[in-house]
Each structure stands twice: as structure tokens, then as C-alpha cells.
Design a protein around this ligand. Structure first.
Ligand code: KIV
Ligand code: ZN
Length: 513
């Protein structure tokens, strides 16, 4: 057994399956670049057949990434695999990940297939995928609730057909760590050709066990863990990459393996994913939460001052907590700006877009002097938003204690300016009401949140607005040194995203979302 633990990140695929977390192609490329910088081994870039937009995103990631293997998900059918292979064509290293459900309930109720047909489809899919690449992964979906004898049978068959990675998903987050570890050990012992494949795990967090189950599997010999930044993912999410990575690195005495991640990039990736998806990180979240390294209680502070290791088991710097470098300032020129953007995976499709972004950068640098990478990501999202169908043109809010605030705003819709004014219970409420007076979207507001992007009172406020309409959910983001302006931008962004949401296949339920 090797001592290398392969880190497979599925933020761009399973992470994106969280309601409202959908990402644009450019956002996916930026996240993929952050993952590559962190030295993630495999990046699952999406489900290529889901829609033309998903196909384009997988392709764009395949073009942008050199150091990590790029992977696309495909159901066990030839059309999905062909789409995955075409989208992955530009990749330096490509993997096709094909799957089919194997639990009695999924085979009978979802697939309506006999177990023999499931084995046949899985073998055919793996053989077909092998015509495109030597790197093929197979997952028996809902393995956590599948019959072990049937799992052994299908796994032996797909390994014979050429699958080099066998991924065991706990799709519904049902198993307990000791059981899941035992399942991995049993499969490795009982499948006759198990030594020809790397065993991988993919755990969901419905009972809060995703990381514990993944680590139990590593102890039982799994050598790939599938995970996401901040634990993003379907329902309660997937195993959090940062927790798995730091547990293995911190407790090398327990796990007889290590990964190749440069963990100093964890914080930056966490902030980027949270900013792009609008899913804030809870303060007490392990590793990346604001309190993860804050020793608040007096006793702890005293202990830490006397001797750091009394209460700290990891260095904050090792996961990038002190890495919030000032990267640019008001004297930085266009070249320095473009170079840093390129390093962050940000590219401008035309000289006009670069000019627009640089002009906004100068305005921001005048307002807040020190510009961090997080500010650049927010600024680029701002430029992209300015080219959407609806955008915020002007906003004025009058608010005083004891009076109801009033917002006067104008939106640019298809290049035409439309204005409205509205009163509200607060400044943000007044803005949202004024926007709705113009748009009358019929959408329901599910969430509004504000975070500071960087430190200091001149930090930009980053707001998220989640809207729902006709079963679709979209998150919008806005950033500005004025949080009310940021809120209005986020509302408009969520409206644009709702309008753009087209028909898209969901890999596991086979429905459009
Ligand atoms: O949770 C799951 O089973 C999946 C598979 C598609 C691997 O995401
Ligand atoms: Zn999953």
C-alpha cells in the first residue's frame, strides 16, 4: 500500500450541486486555479453532459490547469462518457469518473434495473471510458447502503474492465465511521483484484460524519479522499477538504500516509469559494472558521503566551491565516494589476474588459489604499456584473434615526435607465423594495448576509442575497466599501442569475434543475 493520499476535490461538481451555489465558467476557472496552487491531485470540474454551459466550464478548466488531473463526471452510459471525454480533451492529465447506483433501493426505484443489468452497464461504461483515457474511476452510488456481496461482484468486474480507481460513496451520509472503515477493509480483502485499483471514498455529511467516515476509510487503506472546500455539497455537504487534509497532516502518527497539498493556500481557497458561492463559513468551523485559531478565553490566552502548544495543535500560518498579503496599492500600474490577476486565474477576454477592471481598481485603491487578493476577486466579479442584463446604475439612500429610510435608485436594463423610490424598514429593505418596484420578479428572498472581505473599517462589505423562483434558487454577490450598495448589487446579481438559469441535468436524480 502506498503512503500517498490522493486528494480529489469536487467543489466544482458536488459542491455546485448545493442549491444556489451555481458558478459561472470564469468563477470555476478561478477556483480551479486556487486548487491547483494548493496542489490538489484531482479536480472534478463538473458533469459535462449537464448543459452546454457545464460542458464549456469543464473544457475551460481543462485548458487552464496544468498541474492537477482534471476530471468530469459521467453516468454509466456512452453519451455521458463521450461528452466528458470531449470536454476534457485539452487537459494535460484527464480522468473520466463514471458511476451507477448499486443499492437495492436505488436499483429498483430510481434506475428500474436488475442487478445484472447494472453490472453490464458499469462494465460497458468503464471499457468505453478507457478508449479515451487510461485514468478511469468508477463509483457504485449509494455504496453505503449496498449489499457487500453485490459490491464485490461489480467492483471485480469494473477493475477487470480497466477502472484504476474505485470510489466508495456514502451518498446519503448514512454510515458510521467504524462501519464504513470495516466496509473498506472488507472490500479490499474480498475483491480478488482489489490490489489493481486505488480505493477512494466520497462521504456526505447528513449525520455530521463525512470527515470521520473518510478518515476511518483512510485507516482501512483508502488512498483517495473526495472532498470539497468548506465542506460544500449536496444537502449537508461533503467531507471538508481542509479538515481531512489537516487531520492527516497533524496526526501522521495515526495515518500511515500523507498528501502533497501546500496547505498554506487553504484559507485563500476557502474565502474564494465562500465569496463565489455566497455560502459563508461559520465562525467555529474547524480550520477555516474565524475562531478556529482565536484563543478567546483568558486561561487559553495565558497558556498560549507561556507556551503555544499548550492549546494549539496546528500553526495558523500553516493553513494560510497570516497570508492576507497586501498585493497592490494605489501606485500599482496596469502591468502589476494584470500579472497578479493572471496568477489568480483571472483573465480578461478583451482589452476593454481589462481597461474597465483597471479603472475600477484605481477607484478602489483610492478608497482603501491596500488591495488584497480577495479584493481583486471581488472587483473582477463586479466587472462581470456590470455586463449583465440588469445592473445597478445609481443609488441614494436617506436614513436618519426616527425616520423610515428611503432609497432612490436607477437600474440599467438592456441599456435603458429606469428609476424608482421606496421606503423600507431599513436602508437595505428600502433598496430591495425599490428594485422590486422596477423588476417585479416574483422571487422570494431566502437569505441576506454581510461579511467583511478583508480586515479594517475600510474593508469592502461582501453581501449575499439568495432568491428562489419556480423551484430555482440563485445566490447573488455584491461587494463595495458601502454595504448598502453591496446589498443592492447582490440583489441585482441574484436576479440576473435566476434569469440565466437554464435547463440542466442533475447527475444523480436524472431531472432538470
Ligand atoms: O454522492 C455520490 O454518490 C456522488 C457520486 C456521483 C459519486 O456524488
Ligand atoms: Zn456526492
Amino acid at each position: 500500500m502506498t503512503d500517498q493520499l490522493i486528494i480529489f476535490d469536487t467543489t466544482l461538481r458536488d459542491g455546485e450541486q448545493s442549491p444556489g451555489a451555481s458558478m459561472t465558467r470564469d468563477e470555476k476557472v478561478r477556483i480551479a486555479k486556487a486548487l491547483e496552487r494548493m496542489r490538489v491531485d484531482v479536480i472534478e470540474a463538473g458533469f459535462a453532459i449537464a448543459s452546454p454551459g457545464d460542458f464549456a466550464s469543464v473544457k475551460a478548466v481543462a485548458e487552464a490547469v496544468d498541474d492537477s488531473t482534471v476530471c468530469s463526471l459521467a453516468r454509466a452510459n456512452l453519451k455521458d462518457i463521450d461528452a466528458a471525454a470531449q470536454a476534457l480533451e485539452p487537459a494535460r492529465r484527464r480522468r473520466i469518473h463514471t458511476f451507477i447506483a448499486t443499492s437495492p433501493i436505488h436499483m429498483a426505484k430510481k434506475l428500474n434495473m436488475h442487478p445484472d443489468q447494472v453490472v453490464e452497464a458499469a462494465v460497458a461504461a468503464v471499457k468505453h471510458a478507457r478508449q479515451y483515457t487510461d485514468d478511469v474511476e468508477f463509483s457504485p452510488e449509494d455504496a453505503g447502503r449496498s449489499e457487500p456481496d453485490f459490491l464485490c461482484r461489480i467492483l471485480e468486474a469494473v477493475i477487470d474492465a480497466g477502472a484504476g480507481t474505485i470510489n466508495i460513496p456514502d451518498t446519503v451520509g448514512y454510515t458510521m465511521p467504524h462501519m464504513f472503515g470495516q466496509l473498506i477493509a472488507d472490500l479490499r480483502n474480498r475483491v480478488p483484484n482489489a490490489d489493481k485499483a486505488v480505493f477512494s471514498v466520497h462521504c456526505h455529511n447528513d449525520l455530521g460524519m463525512a470527515v470521520a467516515n473518510s478518515l476511518a476509510a483512510v485507516l482501512a487503506g483508502a488512498r483517495q479522499v473526495e472532498c470539497t472546500i468548506n465542506g460544500l455539497g449536496e444537502r449537508a455537504g461533503n467531507a471538508a477538504l481542509e479538515e481531512v487534509a489537516m487531520a492527516v497532516r497533524t496526526r501522521r502518527d495515526v495515518f500511515a500516509c500523507d498528501h502533497r497539498l501546500d496547505t498554506k493556500h487553504i484559507m485563500q481557497a476557502s474565502r474564494l469559494v465562500s465569496a463565489v458561492t455566497g455560502f459563508p463559513v461559520q465562525p467555529n468551523k474547524a480550520i477555516v472558521g474565524a475562531n478556529a485559531f482565536a484563543h478567546e478565553s483568558g486561561i487559553h490566552q495565558d497558556g498560549v503566551i507561556k507556551h503555544r502548544e499548550t492549546y494549539e495543535i496546528m500553526h495558523a500560518a500553516d493553513v494560510g491565516w497570516s497570508e492576507q498579503h497586501i498585493v497592490l496599492g494605489k501606485h500599482s500600474g496596469r502591468n502589476a494589476f494584470r500579472t497578479r490577476c493572471e496568477e489568480l486565474g483571472i483573465s480578461f477576454e478583451s482589452p476593454e474588459l481589462l481597461n474597465d477592471a483597471f479603472a475600477r481598481f484605481k477607484v478602489l485603491a483610492d478608497q482603501k489604499h491596500e488591495i488584497f487578493d480577495e479584493d481583486l476577486h471581488a472587483l473582477v466579479s463586479d466587472v462581470a456584473q456590470a455586463h449583465e442584463r440588469i445592473n445597478l446604475h445609481q443609488l441614494e439612500v436617506t436614513a436618519a434615526t426616527g425616520t423610515r429610510p428611503v432609497a432612490h435608485l436607477s437600474l440599467q436594463i438592456d441599456k435603458e435607465l429606469v428609476s424608482a423610490s421606496a421606503e423600507g424598514d431599513g436602508s437595505v429593505d428600502a433598496c430591495f423594495k425599490a428594485i422590486e418596484q422596477i423588476i417585479d420578479s416574483g422571487a422570494q428572498l431566502l437569505l441576506f448576509s454581510v461579511n467583511a472581505i478583508t480586515q479594517g473599517t475600510d474593508a469592502q462589505g461582501e453581501t449575499t442575497v439568495r432568491l428562489a423562483r419556480d423551484g430555482k434558487v440563485a445566490n447573488g454577490q455584491g461587494a463595495d466599501t458601502d454595504v448598502v450598495v453591496a446589498a443592492a448589487k447582490a440583489y441585482v446579481n441574484a436576479l440576473n442569475r435566476l434569469d440565466q438559469m437554464g435547463v440542466r441535468l442533475h447527475p444523480q436524480v436524472g431531472e432538470t434543475v
